[in-house]
Ligand binder design. Structure first.
Ligand SMILES: Nc1nc2c(c(=O)[nH]1)N[C@H]1C(S)=C(S)[C@@H](COP(=O)(O)OP(=O)(O)OC[C@H]3O[C@@H](n4cnc5c(=O)[nH]c(N)nc54)[C@H](O)[C@@H]3O)O[C@H]1N2
Ligand SMILES: Nc1nc2c(c(=O)[nH]1)N[C@H]1C(S)=C(S)[C@@H](COP(=O)(O)OP(=O)(O)OC[C@H]3O[C@@H](n4cnc5c(=O)[nH]c(N)nc54)[C@H](O)[C@@H]3O)O[C@H]1N2
Ligand code: SF4
Ligand SMILES: [Mo]
Length: 751
């Protein structure tokens, strides 16, 4: 590991600048990757050109500037000062995004699966040949099974282009792992309570909050930029931070109160907090009377959920439960019970997020300064195209009356429906997978592979040779975000805003942008009417002119903020508000949940405990990596090149484990990790759990820096607890034990 590990920071605008960020960001990082780059070329650099982009290293989508030197080489990426997502500062991953462009392991040319001497292999192909083959197979599938038998899985910017293609083709089965593997339960939990979702960036007013409660949200390791900056400022302002986490996270280290909860018991704590607020009359009575329905039912419902009751379940001291509830009351309405983002944990996640929403309502913080603000988005017209054909089947029909509250397509629902069962030959025959490594993103890899086996066509569009590319019929190399246009970023925020991504340079190798690939493929499928522009610049310019700007202007400024149309960032004092729920009120007692056959008030369900000798597998983020997508990025592997396993000293002693010792892991279903992982003995994790960062343990040898480094949490997540309300894949009900004799297991695994 190089000493540069400590060198990283959310970088300020300008070379080698130091961000004015407060303690949290300073703690998470050192100085910037940029500093390293400058050190390599001391004094020599002349930065002549800059072009706007928005970052694709994670889905916070910070807008920034890409700088090139006088030879046209990309040198650095920095934040755009006008951007509300980043305020001029990029996180370490964004700064290191340049490494994705320079990564020599990138996919370089289209590949087609072929058989030579009875052995399957990939051969290089031209774009024309690869797209012809895909078009032919898609037409075959449409003819035999109907256009609705094609599905798209996508995460990131390419989804818009391939989505347009798929809808034109006649399928609406378009899924992203950011719903049922990520934020779905919170959107449904808040939708059924407030009639509105949280959006991304989240509509939480950390900037002005007086109390921030993080329940399993590890901001500071979760590096969603604007949030981390605002949290850092909030800490400097003296806001109270309360962190509920079985692990002493970075955020816990910055908190006034750390509640080391027994994992899987958060619902008991939430119900008990609701109990304390109501019994002590610490809730916002005026707000509750004016805006909510179902208070009396809620009051009755939580009567027995005392702090003593919750103590027995959560292991959190009852006095601490009361004390933290008092902190919330004192700060209200400027209090945020953070809704989290990756919330698919235990299968009752919509219920847990309903409890978060109810607490939010009791504290009167929805629609109030320092709580939840009302975001606004610019009304950007789409380039006119013909109406899309109506597919014979909607995706929700393939999960047969399940997940009725899902407000987006459920990725695992499509995966399941692809697998033939009995007379059903499988409802999908072709997948296009863009920008999502389904073998890392979806739990239960065996199931994903079973679905893939049943396909007539698997197209993988990616920048890197990942696990999934190995199973593709056709692999299409997308160029990186630094080499392409994409749709205008149009986000919900305090102020409506638009941001432009344009190529800083030509695509390397034979890679191409998703917008080009989708349009070319549309041409081969006879669907050009849905891509009527000459090139994407024409389309973007048309849109931007409708917005009173132009492509030329956006190339110069990168980001444009607009005044709000309505002055309603917060509710006015005593204002009657109409909520988009059945009753028009905030529904503490949810009529939607009830109508769908679910508990209208959140209930506590006990979850399975680890068997003897096993520990709950929990996972999270590292500040310098994003999921599995950065594990081979040369700039970021310099900072962290493998994950480690956090083990409590008590457990380490029991097993004779030492820090740095490699172990393999075996889960409750006898699945053994492909690679070993090094132990990190630390008091910062409870004895009943072990922790690792998600996204490591890659097994595609073409990833020269990531192959075999650490363990993939996903391969150990074989038991999935599905949220019946919206299909979310609860992933934290898996337990692992240690295999210390790692050489022996290798033999065992081979047999
Ligand atoms: N076990 C486990 N599973 C999880 C999670 C977890 O923590 N643990 N987290 C869940 C969450 S919160 C989410 S949001 C999802 C994330 O799921 P994904 O977004 O699928 O995550 P990645 O594993 O990073 O896979 C992204 C893929 O996109 C490719 N890629 C990167 N940039 C581009 C590009 O510009 N164009 C194209 N075409 N491809 C690109 C990368 O090379 C990589 O193969 O995973 C979910 N699944
Ligand atoms: N650096 C970086 N930042 C990212 C990402 C990234 O890949 N890298 N991904 C982004 C995305 S898409 C998402 S969805 C978010 C995810 O980030 P978050 O929504 O903040 O967090 P999670 O991954 O759900 O949760 C991780 C934390 O939950 C704790 N935990 C585990 N089990 C329990 C439990 O039972 N109860 C409680 N209270 N806590 C528990 C873990 O110890 C860990 O600290 O991060 C975003 N930000
Ligand atoms: S938070 Fe970091 S990785 Fe995510 S978009 Fe912003 S700069 Fe990029
Ligand atoms: Mo996510």
């Amino acid at each position: 590991m190089s000493t540069r590990r400590s060198f990283i920071k959310i970088s300020a605008l300008g070379l080698g600048g130091i961000a004015a960020a407060g303690g949290l960001t300073r703690m998470a990082m050192g100085s910037s990757v940029m500093d390293t780059i400058t050190k390599k070329t001391p004094g020599k650099e002349k930065l002549l050109h800059r072009t706007p982009t928005y970052c694709e290293i994670c889905f916070w989508q910070c807008a920034g500037w890409v700088y090139k030197d006088d030879e046209g080489k990309i040198k650095k990426i920095v934040g755009n000062e006008d951007d509300q997502h980043c305020n001029g500062r990029f996180c370490p991953r964004g700064t290191g995004g340049i490494g994705q462009y320079y990564d020599e392991d990138r996919l370089k040319t289209p590949l087609i699966r072929t058989t030579i001497d009875g052995k399957q292999t990939f051969r290089e192909a031209s774009w024309d040949e690869a797209l012809d083959l895909i078009a032919k197979k898609m037409k075959d599938i449409a003819g035999k099974y109907g256009t609705e038998s094609m599905a798209l899985f996508s995460h990131g910017s390419g989804g818009a282009h391939f989505g347009q293609l798929l809808k034109a083709f006649g399928s609406t089965s378009i899924a992203a792992p950011s719903f049922a593997q990520c934020r779905g339960p919170r959107e449904v939990g808040f939708l059924t309570t407030f009639g509105d979702i949280i959006y991304s960036p989240e509509r939480i007013d950390i900037r002005d909050t007086r109390c921030l409660v993080l329940i399993g949200s590890h901001l500071g390791e979760n590096m969603h930029n604007g949030q981390v900056q605002e949290m850092s400022d909030a800490i400097d302002r003296g806001a109270t931070i309360i962190t509920v986490d079985p692990r002493f996270s970075t955020a816990a280290g910055k908190s006034k109160h750390w509640l080391p909860i027994k994992p899987a018991t958060d619902m008991a704590l939430l119900l008990s907090w609701i109990h304390v607020l109501i019994e002590n009359e610490w809730y916002d009575k005026e707000y509750v009377a004016l805006h909510t329905t179902g208070f009396e039912q809620l009051k009755e419902h939580v009567k027995t959920y005392t702090p003593e009751w919750a103590y027995g379940i959560t292991t959190i001291d009852p006095n601490m439960i009361v004390e933290t509830a008092r902190e919330m009351r004192d700060a209200s309405p400027a209090v945020i019970i953070n809704p989290g983002r990756h919330v698919t944990w235990y299968g009752d996640d919509t219920q847990r997020l309903r409890a978060v929403a109810i607490l939010t309502a009791l504290l009167g913080s929805w629609g109030r300064r320092g709580g939840y603000y009302q975001p606004e988005k610019f009304h950007l017209p789409s380039f006119p195209v013909p109406a899309f054909p109506t597919p014979k089947r909607q995706p929700s029909q393939v999960y047969e009356g399940k997940y009725t509250l899902a407000n987006e397509v459920v990725a695992n629902g499509i995966c399941d429906a692809t697998i033939p069962t009995g007379l059903d030959k499988g409802k999908y025959k072709g997948w296009i997978v863009n920008g999502t490594n389904l073998l890392a993103a979806l739990p239960d890899q065996a199931k994903t592979l079973k679905a893939i086996e049943a396909l007539d066509l698997l197209v993988v569009v990616d920048t890197m040779p990942i696990e999934l590319t190995g199973y593709a019929d056709v692999v299409l190399p997308e160029c990186t975000y630094l080499e392409r246009y994409d749709m205008i970023r149009n986000s919900n925020h305090r102020q409506p805003n638009l941001a432009l991504r344009m190529p800083a340079t030509e695509p390397k190798y034979k890679s191409k942008p998703a917008e080009w690939i989708a349009k070319e493929l549309a041409g081969k499928l006879g669907l050009s009417a849905w891509f009527p522009w000459e090139n994407i610049e024409e389309m973007l310019d048309w849109q931007l002119k409708k917005a009173g700007t132009s492509l030329d202007e956006m190339k110069r400024i990168g980001v444009k903020n607009f005044p709000r149309e309505t002055d309603d960032l917060y509710f006015k004092e005593g204002e009657e508000v109409s909520f988009n729920t059945n009753s028009g009120k905030i529904e503490l007692y949810s009529s939607d949940m009830e109508a769908a056959g679910f508990a209208p008030l959140p209930v506590y369900t006990a979850h399975e405990e680890p068997p003897d000798g096993f520990y709950r597998l929990i996972y999270g983020r590292a500040p310098m990596h994003t999921f599995s997508r950065t594990a081979n990025n040369p700039n970021l592997t310099d900072l962290m090149d493998e994950n480690v396993l956090w083990v409590n000293p008590k457990v380490a002693k029991l097993w004779g484990l030492e820090s740095g010792q490699p172990v393999k892991l075996k889960n409750q279903d006898d699945v053994i990790s492909t690679f070993p992982i090094k132990v990190r003995v630390t008091e910062r994790i409870r004895w009943d759990s072990v922790y690792m960062v998600h996204g490591f343990g890659h097994n595609n040898p073409k990833l020269t820096r990531a192959f075999g480094r650490g363990v993939s949490d996903t391969e150990l997540i074989t038991r999935v607890h599905i949220d019946p309300a919206m299909g979310g894949t609860g992933m934290r009900g898996n337990f692992v034990t240690f295999i210390t004799d790692i050489n022996n297991t290798e033999k065992e695994a081979e047999v």
